[in-house]
Design a protein. Structure first.
Length: 202
């Protein structure tokens, strides 16, 4: 993985960034939503690079940006998580996307259904949708999909998951190769949390 799940220490509190072509780039939600045809229509404005991103490159021409080159996407403390998942699930330009991290951004069971139905996210190995509004229904969508069979990292911490959803993850974990599953902060019995942890140790 490309490190999409490192702590957000170096990122702005409210941020939307993409790791593309070896560069970490901050962009607006409206710009991202225009990438349905792989690239952003050329505009006079430029991408704004946050000072704390620690990168020197500023993209002056939005035509340089290609969704097909994005390998990691991070979204934190913003509205529209389901909308972003809708775009990603339907785009044929996301085959190189390895890590998705949409934290505290309003992801619901609907967003999980969209994501789970995607046939384009063929390289996805890491998914962080912590601090959202995902219930056992969303977990069921994910566990019933082909998408989950490729994941090595899954973070569902601080959602609305109960023991039922956790049991689905336990059964899934027994069959797949998830190296880390996090459901802390949900309404899950400690015994189930321990069971998930022990499965990772096997």
């Amino acid at each position: 993985m490309v490190g999409c799940f490192e702590p957000f220490i170096s990122l702005p509190h409210n941020s939307f960034t993409c790791d593309w072509n070896g560069q970490m780039t901050a962009l607006s939600m409206s710009d991202f939503m225009e990438m349905r045809q792989d690239s952003i229509p050329d505009k006079p404005s430029i991408f704004i690079r946050g000072e704390d991103l620690g990168r020197k490159r500023i993209i002056k021409n939005k035509k340089d940006f290609r969704l097909s080159q994005v390998v990691a996407l991070r979204m934190r403390n913003m509205d529209g998580g389901d909308t972003v998942l809708d775009l990603l699930s339907k785009s044929s330009h996301v085959s190189n996307l390895e890590d998705i991290s949409i934290v505290n951004s309003g992801v619901t069971d609907y967003g999980m259904r969209l994501l789970s139905a995607s046939t384009f996210l063929t390289s996805l190995t890491g998914l962080d949708v912590s601090f959202n509004e995902i219930s056992d229904v969303g977990v069921a969508y994910l566990c019933a999909s082909n998408l989950v069979t490729k994941l090595t990292y899954l973070d569902l911490a601080y959602n609305e998951i109960s023991d039922r959803g956790a049991m689905l993850l336990v059964e899934q974990q027994k069959q797949q190769h998830l190296e880390q599953t996090n459901v802390w902060g949900n309404d899950v019995e400690p015994a189930l949390l321990s069971m998930l942890d022990s499965l990772h140790d096997d």
